[in-house]
Ligand binder design. Structure first.
Ligand SMILES: Nc1ncnc2c1ncn2[C@@H]1O[C@H](COP(=O)(O)OP(=O)(O)OP(=O)(O)O)[C@@H](O)[C@H]1O
Ligand SMILES: [Zn+2]
Length: 615
């Protein structure tokens, strides 16, 4: 009883509602552990936990529900065991599974009062968003990156959904910035990792995801020269293993290629031209430097130190590759090495090569430790950010449970502003959102009898009045459009359409199209003489609004999937402090969200004794 005294006192009338609530938490990682502790201590009646993963050593520093003896055990199950001890009145259910598994269908989602996302990837977030919309259950979405955190309340038809704001593509850099005109340490790191390393030890740069080839056409001549440079480097690769190899590589990339670039006067009119390095001179400077310098990963190395690490790691890697080649069976794929931030030889090489290039371009050099974070796309997870974000999730959930959505906010946590916590009003659903601004209904389908033609002709054209151009797609891709009717005779089973999957119908008419229609399939065997596909309920399919109102322009951050598996807070390129060159490229920013002035948060003491963070 004593355990309930304080939540009761601070939550007042809400407490009994909380006690009766059945809630779902998806993800039991960094945010999830903190959130589960909060939910259990608050006294939510029944909590379901879903996580597909097992515990890893690297989780233990912040995922405090897990201990060393739990390594390799299910996160969901251990989280349940550990948090269960905090409050015996709470019923906990753990599911060691992927939230996308068919057992977690729309009806199952409907059984919850609130769903909390504590996930680390876009795909799973989008899935839960969609399921909560279909089930009409409020979703509290959250994410953190380093010191940044974000909480978003999503309610069908009332607020923006997770997909209302387009998520930016992962970071990539234009080829010319990386190969010719770097201006930041990260450009030199990407060059060392994705170009130099792969040209020498791997399969070549064209495969590297960090390189953006979209502007290649505008710089055809320069791109051709760069191709020739790569070819020359490939020829040098032939002398790997020889005493002379480090000198040949060094001369090529830090002297000859730089001389060629320097000779292109136009390029350096507004930039400082690069200064080539001299192998012989650096060899002299490096005489007193030992190879052990590579172990000093927190200090910024001098040019001579970088030179020593470069030559030494190049030798170490060459030996490894030669060994692999000698051991490889004939007919196997060619031996290659791949960059791994935890592989010391590859990291030493990338750190030293990146710094030498930075020196050439007058760019600040970095410690090996810093380069490891940047090359591995690691933004350290911070326990406090997760804890604060998890706390904010629960405060927002209170508003949802009180039916006070108007008081709920999109909350941001940032480090570099006057106020650590800032909030914005929730926005209404975006009228053109392909996920939430849709008409939605259920269809009963005898999947072994119903064909795509039954759907297109009987249901869509005859019953729902679709005429003219429209397309039909599922999560697996396009099923039908006016130019693609190959599937019409196939039945649902053959098309991989089963119960609890979704079909989207898009009206392609130019004039006054209807909003997208989402059909969720309910599998059912029906008598032979009845229609094999039937609507479960009547559905209204309104027309799309004529234009997007200005209020739907999103000036601030949106949760996205971070490259490290976290959710960086991103904002539009114009708002970030980007240089002109970057501003014209796509998907480059992973910056801190800058909250709007005037959106300050204050802490107020409510009459019932609870403390609310609000504006
Ligand atoms: N589709 C999914 N179904 C269920 N759980 C998921 C799904 N996708 C991700 N998760 C879980 O969400 C959690 C996210 O937590 P977090 O961001 O802390 O990641 P982590 O893997 O624990 O840590 P890190 O990525 O920092 O190493 C993870 O435990 C992960 O297993
Ligand atoms: Zn939406």
């Amino acid at each position: 009883m004593g355990r309930e005294k304080y939540p009761k006192q601070s939550l007042g009338a809400l407490y009994s509602r909380i006690k009766q609530s059945r809630i779902l938490m998806v993800g039991a990682g960094g945010i999830g552990c903190e959130l589960l502790k909060n939910l259990v201590l608050t006294g939510f009646g029944e909590i379901h936990i879903v996580d597909l993963d097992t515990i890893d050593l690297s989780n233990l520093n912040r995922q405090f529900l897990f201990r060393h003896e739990h390594i390799k055990k299910s996160k969901a199950l251990v989280a349940k065991e550990s948090a269960g001890k905090f409050n015996p009145h709470v019923k906990l259910e753990a599911h060691h599974a992927n939230i996308k598994d068919p057992q977690f269908n729309v009806d199952w989602f409907k059984s919850f009062n609130v769903v909390f996302n504590a996930l680390d990837n876009l795909e799973a977030r989008r899935h839960v968003n969609r399921m909560c919309l279909a089930a009409n259950v409020p979703l509290i979405e959250s994410g953190t990156t380093g010191f940044n955190g974000q909480v978003q309340v999503i309610e069908k038809g009332k607020t923006e959904c997770y997909d209302c704001v387009e998520k930016t593509a992962p970071k990539s850099f234009p080829v010319c910035t990386i190969r010719s005109t770097p201006s930041q340490p990260i450009h030199c790191i990407v060059w060392a990792k994705s170009y130099l390393f792969t040209e020498i030890f791997g399969v070549g740069e064209d495969e590297a995801p960090e390189l953006d080839h979209s502007d290649d056409g505008d710089n055809a001549e320069e791109i051709e020269k760069l191709r020739q440079e790569s070819q020359a480097l490939k020829r040098i690769r032939g002398s790997m293993g020889s005493e002379d190899f480090p000198r040949l590589v060094f001369q090529k990339v830090f002297k000859e290629d730089i001389d060629r670039l320097r000779s292109m006067g136009e390029m350096w009119k507004t930039r400082r031209p690069p200064e080539p390095l001299d192998f012989e001179m650096l060899s002299q400077d490096a005489l007193g430097v030992g190879q052990m310098v590579a172990q000093q990963d927190q200090t910024v190395w001098s040019v001579a130190e970088n030179f020593v690490v470069f030559c030494d790691s190049l030798k170490r890697l060459s030996n490894r590759l030669e060994e692999q080649r000698a051991n490889a069976d004939m007919g196997n794929a060619p031996a290659i090495l791949t960059f791994d931030k935890d592989d010391v030889d590859t990291l030493d090489f990338v750190a030293a090569a990146a710094n030498l290039r930075s020196h050439i371009y007058g760019i600040e050099t970095r410690s090996k430790f810093d380069i490891k974070q940047m090359a591995g796309n690691i933004i350290p997870a911070i326990a406090t950010t997760n804890a604060m974000t998890a706390g904010l999730c629960v405060l927002q959930a209170f508003k949802v449970l009180r039916n006070e959505l108007g008081k709920a906010r999109m909350v941001f946590l940032t480090k570099s502003t006057e106020h650590i916590i800032t909030a914005e009003m929730l926005r209404p659903p975006r009228p053109n959102c392909p996920i939430c601004s849709v008409a939605q209904t259920k269809v009963q389908v005898d999947t072994s009898r119903a064909t795509l033609n039954d759907l297109v002709d009987d249901l869509l054209k005859l019953e729902l009045g679709y005429e003219g151009e429209f397309s039909v797609s599922s999560e697996n891709g396009m099923l039908y459009d006016p130019e693609f009717d190959d599937n019409l005779s196939k039945n649902f089973k053959e098309l991989g359409l089963q119960g609890d999957s979704f079909i989207t119908v898009i009206d392609e008419e130019d004039e006054n199209p209807r909003v997208n229609l989402v059909l969720s399939i309910s599998e059912q065997s029906m008598p032979e003489d009845s229609k094999p596909i039937q609507l479960s309920e009547k559905v209204e399919i309104p027309h799309k609004p004529k234009s997007t109102p200005a209020s739907t322009v999103i000036p601030n951050g949106a949760l996205t999937n971070g490259t490290n598996g976290h959710a960086p807070v991103k904002r539009k390129a114009e708002e970030a402090d980007l240089d002109d060159e970057q501003r014209h490229k796509r998907g480059k920013v992973a910056e801190e969200a800058k909250p709007k002035k005037g959106a300050d948060i204050i802490v107020i003491d409510e009459a019932d004794g609870s403390i609310l963070i609000d504006d």
